[in-house]
Design a protein around this ligand. Structure first.
Ligand SMILES: Nc1nc2c(c(=O)[nH]1)N[C@H]1C(S)=C(S)[C@@H](COP(=O)(O)OP(=O)(O)OC[C@H]3O[C@@H](n4cnc5c(=O)[nH]c(N)nc54)[C@H](O)[C@@H]3O)O[C@H]1N2
Ligand SMILES: Nc1nc2c(c(=O)[nH]1)N[C@H]1C(S)=C(S)[C@@H](COP(=O)(O)OP(=O)(O)OC[C@H]3O[C@@H](n4cnc5c(=O)[nH]c(N)nc54)[C@H](O)[C@@H]3O)O[C@H]1N2
Ligand code: SF4
Ligand SMILES: [Mo]
Length: 886
């Protein structure tokens, strides 16, 4: 039986509506929902692969205590008893939760209620601390509330879109594609990208300002000073609706007395600055979109306000096509902010500092004892675990051993902590490895609830497949622990609907227009109405039940005076400075096809083919200086940790700076947890770590040999000096390297792969060593070793292990060490949607003269689905054109 369920994508904050196609209850495909306001039918490559990631492989299936499978009662009793004992002996501040913007609002709401309202501690923080905390401070300082004033349509109808520290082409692909389409329709629209790297997002940029890392506040202070000098400010708006302009402008003038000063502090030429300033002055409809290049900084809050200042000074807020737009990363980063997931927030956009707020929330919850002051922020919280002040911690839907700065210390702190509880949907992660109690969680497609996207749109995620094993919903787990702690009555929910209604009611409780977040209109939803809930943007009008596209249309803000506040900004440089010992700046971030710590996206072999190993991007001049070459391995050394990855040479990197992906971890590589190299420097207002800026040294990884190993069965554990595990169709590929010569390769191969089966080994001039292991005539593993990384076509090797029986040509190939017949080598996959490799693209450019992405798309289909690879297609075309012209 065919059926379509409408749900929401669990990855990024774009929050796309997904039509899940079921066949006899099995998820067989996904498509973008035509009627969802976030995506209007589109999906990016990660969203399009959702059905490939829901198979139960790797899922956590049963609760475990000290590594032993137990029933749920035992596990929940262990958690509740452990928490109770610590609270009785050391007080409520000795326990903590660390949760996530990937929880559903209903899960998040009960976690926050349990900690702040019933256990009585605010020691609950979230990975949003690493993500949105500075944006929250920026909005609250300016507007009095954490309000995103804009919506996606504003990006489409703007005349100038400024993207600051956002690689939206890869990280918010559907929103970016909407921008691409808008610019195609109105070519006069201007796009400016502000990023130290030239990213895929620059593909449509009319101007790219490759600013010095961390210098955004200098730039926007410079812009503010420049706007005022040329009288491009809106004095009437400033007068009627804002306060603090004089101080802010005086500070900006002092920091940026002239454009040359801005050029010096940002490293951008005067001409480029002039163009940017002119465009900003000339375009009333301007949206500034900002993300982690702004937030993940020791001056992230100030960078946010430096941007917002420019919008207030020009009155560009609260109308179509304009506004400062902090675009959120996680699917429910916004929902988390709404329920008060951060340690310094209360629920429903209230906080500890507001007079009467603690009592109000306490009254509503009938709390036996509210937390009375903010709790520890993520990095402080883990330091308190390290120092023993926190003795029990419950981590849910986040992988801090990978994603926090100083992540080796985080791991050690967890190993020492007396009680570590981890709720995850996957069994093996770097964090589950540190747990005393493991609680299996349901995942996307299994759970029901709501999420809020970047434009305040609340959408339903719907459950439609059975969870594997004994996995349970996070809200249920939290309520069961609450019940065992003696709070049964306050946590007696029968399902997410009941939780949602309470959350909605709290948003309207004693609100009377004093708080921005108001969805009280939804507090009376029946179960059936909740099931049918259509996407809606908050705040919701209680009279009509309709949502709002944008806020502050009337120029009234939620500050005591009702005026928006300018913040006077003194720009500061990043905390780590380069030295002889660590002469390079390391920037970190995302790649197109992976999600965070890869627990879900790496399951789709298709998503591993774009970039399959940890890497480090470096400018060719730096590579020469440090003795590095493309495709070789490099070791990046930070103050407290090291990282090993493949060298990728690119002029998109500025000299002096490296880019390393945030994704790889101990499940996928030997030494590629980049968090270990990032010091714990945080923004003084938001506590957000400076994940975009660490100083490091780089050197070649001195490999004596390189190997590629493909196996039908996973091989564990690998003990080589370097390895990367790459899930492929039909098995796993490992790229391996060692520092020391291996004396007996036959023995090595048997030790690593397994001694049984029939072994065929070859040692001749084609390479130092190759071997195949056959069981019942089928190749189950192949190993190729060489002195350099130039190993045979991985496609050919993958074919060998996928074959039922070896053909003569395959046997001959094995003997020869290379395919016996010419074998198409696709190269790295450029278009993940249609599996089009670099080699095919280059051939089509060279042989068929196809020199536009459209022509390539017609011939090969690449770039015709989600469009995320179009920047790469353009790059390959440009590369071929310059190569043939020189
Ligand atoms: N494919 C994919 N998409 C994702 C995610 C994912 O894991 N994978 N994660 C989601 C999440 S949670 C988030 S938060 C978002 C993040 O989305 P983005 O913020 O767009 O992603 P990042 O790659 O972290 O960083 C963005 C850019 O900031 C630049 N940058 C570094 N330092 C500076 C600086 O000092 N100034 C400026 N102006 N720029 C700087 C980097 O070079 C980088 O290109 O992505 C979301 N979308
Ligand atoms: N160096 C560096 N570090 C960074 C960043 C960076 O740019 N550079 N970015 C930071 C940012 S913006 C973010 S958002 C973080 C993200 O970092 P994390 O939150 O640590 O990364 P994820 O891989 O998303 O972790 C989510 C975990 O929850 C599990 N999970 C998924 N769904 C569910 C569920 O429904 N219930 C439960 N219980 N578990 C579930 C997944 O299997 C996974 O283990 O990383 C931060 N760290
Ligand atoms: S853009 Fe974001 S929400 Fe939309 S399909 Fe892609 S990952 Fe999912
Ligand atoms: Mo994030």
């Amino acid at each position: 039986m065919h059926e379509t369920v409408k749900t929401t994508c669990p990855y990024c904050g774009v929050g796309c509506g997904v039509d899940a196609h079921l066949d006899d209850g099995r998820l067989v495909g996904v498509a973008g929902s035509q009627d969802h306001p976030a995506n209007l039918g589109r999906l990016c490559v990660k969203g399009s692969a959702l059905h490939e990631t829901v198979d139960p492989a790797g899922r956590m299936r049963v609760p475990q205590v000290d590594g032993v499978a137990v029933d749920w009662d035992t596990a929940l009793d262990t958690v509740a008893d452990g928490f109770r004992r610590v609270i009785d002996e050391h007080g409520p501040d000795a326990v903590a939760m660390y949760v996530s913007g990937q929880l559903l609002t209903e899960d998040y709401y009960v976690a926050n209620k349990l900690m702040k309202g019933f256990i009585g501690t605010a020691n609950i923080d979230t990975n949003s601390r690493l993500c949105m905390a500075s944006a929250v401070v920026g909005y609250k300082r300016a507007f009095g509330t954490d309000t995103v004033p804009t919506c996606y349509e504003d990006i489409e109808c703007a005349d100038l879109v400024v993207l600051v520290g956002s690689n939206a082409a890869w990280t918010h692909p559907v929103t970016y594609q909407r921008l691409v389409a808008a610019k195609r329709a109105r070519p006069e629209m201007r796009v400016v990208v502000i990023d130290p790297r030239r990213t895929a997002t620059c593909d449509i940029a009319d101007l790219h300002l490759a600013i010095a890392p961390g210098s955004d506040a200098f730039l926007f202070n410079g812009l503010l000073a420049n706007l005022s000098e040329r009288d491009a400010i809106d004095a009437a708006y400033i007068e009627a609706h804002t306060e603090g302009f004089d101080q802010a402008i005086a500070r900006a003038h002092r920091e940026a007395p002239d454009i040359e000063a801005v050029a010096r502090s940002t490293g951008v030429t005067v001409d480029e600055l002039q163009t940017f300033f002119d465009w900003f002055a000339d375009h009333e409809r301007t949206v500034t979109v900002y993300s982690q290049g702004v937030n993940q900084s020791t001056s992230g809050s100030d960078k946010s306000n430096a941007i917002i200042n420019c919008h207030l000074a020009t009155g560009r807020i609260g109308a179509p096509g304009m506004g400062p737009f902090s675009i959120t990363g996680q699917p429910n980063a916004m929902g988390g902010r709404e329920v008060g997931g951060l340690a310094n927030q209360l629920a429903a956009h209230m906080d500890f500092e507001q007079p009467g707020a603690i009592e109000r929330v306490g009254r509503f919850w009938q709390s036996p004892g509210m937390a009375t002051s903010p709790g520890l922020k993520a990095t402080d919280l883990f330091e308190a675990v390290e120092s023993g002040q926190i003795k029990a911690i419950w981590i849910m839907a986040t992988n801090p051993v990978v994603s926090l700065p100083a992540s080796d210390r985080v791991r050690e702190a967890l190993q020492r902590c007396p009680l570590v509880v981890v709720s995850d949907c996957m069994q093996e992660t770097d964090t589950t490895a540190c747990a005393d109690v493991l609680l299996p969680a349901t995942s996307w497609a299994e759970k029901d609830g709501t999420v809020t996207n970047s434009e305040r749109c609340i959408s339903r995620q719907r459950g439609f497949i059975e969870p594997p094993g004994e996995a349970r919903h996070d809200w249920w787990t939290i309520c069961e622990v609450a019940r065992r702690l003696g709070f049964a009555e306050a946590f007696a929910y029968q399902g997410p609907t009941e939780i949602f209604r309470e959350h909605a009611a709290l948003s309207g409780y004693e609100n009377d227009g004093s708080r921005d977040f108001d969805i009280a209109a939804l507090a009376g939803l029946s179960d059936a109405e909740y099931d049918r809930l259509a996407p809606v943007r908050w705040p919701i009008d209680p009279a009509t039940g309709r949502g709002r596209q944008r806020l502050f249309e009337d120029g009234r803000f939620f500050t005591p005076s009702g005026r928006a506040r300018f913040v006077a900004i003194t720009s500061t440089a990043p905390a780590s400075t380069i030295s002889a010992e660590r002469p390079l700046v390391m920037n970190t971030g995302r790649i197109r096809d992976q999600w965070h710590t890869m627990t879900r996206t790496a399951k789709a072999a298709r998503l591993m083919q774009h970039i399959d190993e940890p890497f480090v991007e470096i400018h060719p001049d730096d590579a020469d200086r440090h003795g590095l070459a493309e495709g070789r391995l490099a070791e990046v050394i930070g103050e407290h940790g090291r990282y090993v990855g493949r060298v990728r040479l690119t002029r998109a990197q500025a000299p002096g700076a490296l880019f390393v992906p945030m994704h790889w971890n101990a499940q996928y590589s030997h030494s590629a947890r980049v968090g270990a190299l990032i010091p714990t420097h945080v923004d003084p207002h938001s506590g957000q770590p400076e994940s975009k800026h660490a100083t490091v040294a780089i050197r070649p990884f001195a490999a004596n040999w390189f190997a590629t190993l493909l196996s039908r069965e996973p091989i564990a554990p690998l003990t080589a000096d370097y390895w990367a595990r790459i899930p492929i169709d039909g098995g796993t590929r490992y790229e391996i390297a060692g520092r020391e010569a291996v004396g007996d390769w036959t023995q090595w191969a048997r030790d690593v792969i397994g001694a049984d089966g029939e072994w065929q080994t070859y040692e001749d001039s084609a390479g130092p060593f190759r071997a195949a292991r056959l069981v019942d005539g089928r190749v189950t593993a192949v190993l190729f070793v060489a002195a350099d990384p130039e190993l045979p076509s991985r496609e050919w090797l993958a074919d060998l292990i996928r074959s039922e029986a070896l053909s003569l040509t395959q046997r001959l190939g094995l003997l020869a060490g290379r395919p016996a017949e010419a074998m198409p080598d696709t190269g790295p996959i450029v278009c993940s949607c249609f599996q089009v490799g670099e080699t095919s693209v280059l051939e089509a450019i060279d042989a068929d003269g196809l020199d536009t992405p459209e022509a390539l798309g017609k011939a090969l289909r690449c770039g015709t689905n989600c469009g995320s690879c179009i920047p790469e297609l353009k790059q390959l075309i440009a590369q071929r054109l310059t190569e043939t012209s020189t």
